[in-house]
Design a protein around this ligand. Structure first.
Ligand code: NAD
Length: 373
């Protein structure tokens, strides 16, 4: 293949890769070098894979970068140099299935536009690998169901890239809310929004994204509310609040919704591509606790009635991938499961249904998956 030839040349000429081509190094396979770790192949080398997942894999203890799948020879070359990958660890979208013959790859991590998650996750599962799909798991519940069905059929584990389930600030929101440290939570307010106006971005394309900011960032507010309360909603009511309907013509520009919980806790959630906000707040009987900014990769800040939350800086992606890898190796459950992703797709479908009518929509039939402390 052209790209393979290209990479071989790079291997010979690059100072960095020359180290990787020393006979002594080649004798030891990466699997032996990283024994007791799972090998992950990143599928789709876009912004998140390049700037967060790849670098995150430099900090992991339970997994390592074992391969990449990309349509771009340039990106393949850059990853080969940056991560010392050899030719046999690099695949394209046509020969993706050949990962089945690569024992170093235990798991695929799909970080592509939302409407491609299902296809590439299922192809990875069918190649005999465990899989992580980036969030949102899919563009609809039906697509997500195909993914969980494929995992069951192939007897492989399926996860969603829910990094915040492993972040100390969010674990603290769960603890304070679920254990009622400041009494019963009476009210929550969660919102994530950022301005997005570049029409060339797939995130503004309804087919590729599956929807608007709800799919992209609203899902964090949805999750934050549920894991702070530690209970599942039974109904949703959504109202579209788009300011520029001419520009955001086929997706929501701004959306507000609320959920009905068995506890009766009041809540409001918001997401938008026309504004900027980034928080999760809970008002409990004995005071308010919150995280703001809440959903960024770092520099989160939290407050409680007892003072600020103080936690060391972490690499969320490394924590997430390590926890997932460990759960595979030890055959134990992990909160960022495919079933949790499916639960969220069920809710998002219903939120969009409600947005269409403005009426409350029942969540009867939703997968009953909950991350409880
Ligand atoms: P991106 O546009 O930067 O990358 C998308 C990748 O898919 C690119 O490598 C692109 O080449 C590839 N691709 C293959 N076929 C394509 C096609 N037909 N059109 C467009 N791209 C195509 O996007 P991103 O920001 O890296 O997001 C990728 C996924 O990761 C999304 O599902 C997103 O929701 C998710 N994401 C998650 C987080 C998080 O914090 N967990 C953060 C950012 C993105």
């Amino acid at each position: 293949m052209k790209r393979r030839g290209f990479l071989s040349t790079t291997l010979k000429t690059s100072g960095v890769l020359a180290i990787g081509s020393l006979p002594a190094f080649n004798i030891i396979s990466r699997k032996k070098l990283y024994k007791d770790r799972l090998g992950i192949a990143l599928v789709g080398l876009g912004s998140y894979a390049t700037n967060q997942l790849g670098p995150g894999l430099r900090f992991t203890k339970n997994c390592y970068l074992a391969g990449v799948v990309t349509g771009s020879p340039d990106k393949a070359e850059k990853f080969a140099i940056d991560y010392n990958l050899d030719d046999k660890s690099i695949y394209n979208y046509d020969n993706y299935e050949e990962i089945a013959n690569n024992p170093e790859i235990d798991m695929v991590y799909v970080a592509m536009p939302n409407n491609m998650h299902a296809e590439y996750t299922i192809r990875g599962l069918q190649a005999g690998k465990h899989a992580i799909s980036e969030k949102p798991m899919s563009t609809t519940y039906a697509e997500g169901k195909r993914m969980t069905d494929a995992a069951a059929k192939t007897d492989k584990r399926l996860f969603v890239g829910y990094r915040l389930h492993f972040d100390p600030f969010h674990l603290e929101m769960m603890r304070l809310g679920q254990k009622q440290v400041y009494g019963k939570v009476l009210e929550t307010d969660a919102a994530f929004a950022f301005p997005l106006t570049d029409k060339k971005r797939w995130r503004l394309d309804k087919v590729m994204a599956g929807g608007g900011p709800m799919m992209d960032v609203g899902i964090y507010a949805l999750q934050g509310t549920i894991y702070t309360l530690g209970e599942l909603p039974t109904a949703v009511t959504a109202v579209e609040k788009t300011k520029d309907k001419a520009f955001y013509s086929d997706i929501e520009g701004t959306l507000e919704w609320s959920m009905k919980f068995p506890s009766g806790t009041k809540n409001i959630l918001r997401t938008s591509y026309e504004d900027g906000y980034n928080y999760v707040k809970a008002r409990a009987e004995q005071g308010e606790f919150s995280v703001e900014p809440a959903y960024s990769y770092n520099r989160l800040a939290g407050t409680t009635p007892a003072g600020p939350m103080v936690f060391p800086r972490v690499n969320q992606q490394a924590l997430q991938m390590d926890a997932i890898a460990l759960s595979v190796m030890t055959k134990t459950p992990n909160p960022a499961s495919g079933m949790m992703g499916l639960r969220d797709m069920f809710m998002i479908d219903k939120i969009y249904e409600s947005m269409g009518t403005g009426k409350e929509v029942s969540l009867a039939g939703m997968p009953q998956v909950l991350d409880r402390m």
